[in-house]
Design a protein around this ligand. Structure first.
Ligand SMILES: NC(=O)c1ccc[n+]([C@@H]2O[C@H](COP(=O)([O-])OP(=O)(O)OC[C@H]3O[C@@H](n4cnc5c(N)ncnc54)[C@H](OP(=O)(O)O)[C@@H]3O)[C@@H](O)[C@H]2O)c1
Ligand SMILES: [Zn+2]
Length: 354
């Protein structure tokens, strides 16, 4: 039998702990989702685990493995909490639904349904048919939030798109042909952390020319994302940081012409126009990249906004006044959350669909 959660405070606390565990995998599991799991024997937690690394053990496996020998006989009489529906197919690792059945767990509580087409409730049905009591929807809103990248990736067949930019106090993104820094160093460090959490980062041609950005992660542990820049008119010079050959980089043009032989540099031919972004997303999905951070400028950001290709925006409103310049994109997001990073006001907002 599969039933919806009748949440009690305790159940919520255990699922909250699953989310805390899941969060530790952030940046290392993509395009898999972050997942946490906990085993509760009466009032005693006998195991915990989370998905640590793409291709590695799923959360449930690590949770079972964490149970010490003395406590293993308790597993069949324990309740298993997982922040996401257990997988039911043999992918990079064996199916967790089989493992749960083999471990003789009879009580399972989950938060979100895994929207991956070959799972999507199937894992729960398999378990229920084996007489596992399955309860769903524990803190479901938070559970869905944790796997939102994955949900967009598997249902929309494109990466989860985060727009990020900084604006002056008077609403400008920058000045034409002039490199201008708007945010404070702590905001900059936070952006580098975000870079460690995404698969790819993109800027427009003008930004590459004006700012000559490195677009890598230098101020936070973790990796640097794939760098992407359109260059349809072959304007970006070979001494640009984006062509330094140090970090994997895609230069998008219409003719597959190579203008540098630097290592880690791929020239990818895409059509300009309305199919440019969808074709880019196809390439990113092929490369298993589930999250794209778009860092400007205005032209590139507006092309994402106008086509409705964004899920989340992170906008720094800074204290600097520019007087004139390139107008910042206008976003109609919802569920805004505002934080302060020193004097920079950071707003997170979400697209209507997201
Ligand atoms: N404040 C911030 O957070 C921030 C962030 C980034 C940049 N900036 C500033 O913004 C300024 C640059 O902004 P911008 O609006 O002028 O330029 P941009 O968006 O960086 O680049 C625009 C150019 O990129 C190519 N491009 C962009 N979107 C495309 C699409 N959908 N399909 C095909 N090609 C596309 C086109 O190149 P072609 O015309 O060659 O085809 C286009 O002219 C710079 O001054 C930079 O310093 C500020
Ligand atoms: Zn699994």
């Amino acid at each position: 039998m599969i039933t919806d959660a009748l949440e009690t405070i305790n159940d919520s606390l255990e699922m909250r702990r699953c989310f805390d565990l899941a969060r530790i995998g952030k940046g290392n599991v993509n395009p898999n989702p972050m997942v946490g799991s906990l085993l509760l024997y009466h009032q005693m937690v006998i195991g915990e685990g989370y998905h640590q690394q793409f291709g590695g053990n799923h959360a449930e496996v690590n949770c079972f493995n964490s149970v010490i020998t003395k406590n293993r006989p308790k597993i069949p009489d324990s309740t298993l909490f997982v922040s996401l529906e257990p997988c039911c197919f043999h992918g990079k690792t064996p199916a967790c639904s089989d493992l749960i059945i083999n471990k003789k767990v009879k009580d399972l509580r989950i938060s979100a349904i895994d929207k991956t087409p070959n799972v999507n409730g199937k894992g729960l049905k398999i378990l229920s048919a084996e007489n596992v009591k399955v309860q769903t929807s524990f803190l479901e809103k938070t559970g869905n939030w944790f796997v939102r990248n994955r949900t967009v990736f598997v249902t929309k067949k494109r990466p989860y798109i985060i727009l990020k930019f900084a604006i002056s106090k008077d609403g400008f993104l920058g000045k034409k042909d002039k490199k201008i820094w708007l945010t404070n160093p702590i905001s900059k460090r936070l952006v580098h952390k975000w870079r460690s959490e995404v698969g790819a980062i993109m800027v427009g041609t003008n930004t590459a020319l004006t700012d000559n950005p490195n677009l890598n992660n230098r101020y936070h542990y973790g990796s640097s994302p794939l760098r992407i820049v359109p260059d349809f008119h072959h304007k970006i010079p070979n001494n640009s940081h984006l062509k330094d050959g140090k970090t994997p980089t895609w230069i998008l043009n219409g003719d597959e012409q190579k203008f540098s032989s630097a290592p880690n540099l791929d020239y990818i031919s895409l059509p300009k126009g309305p199919s440019f972004l969808p074709r880019l997303f196809d390439k990113l999905v092929e490369a298993n990249i589930d999250t794209l951070l778009v860092e400007g400028g205005a032209h590139l950001l507006n092309s994402f906004i106008e086509a409705g290709f964004w899920d989340e925006a992170r906008v720094f409103k800074t204290n600097r006044t520019l007087g004139d310049g390139i107008p910042a994109p206008i976003l109609k997001g919802q569920n805004e959350v505002i934080e302060w990073i020193g004097q920079d006001q950071l707003t997170f907002s979400y697209s209507e669909e997201g």
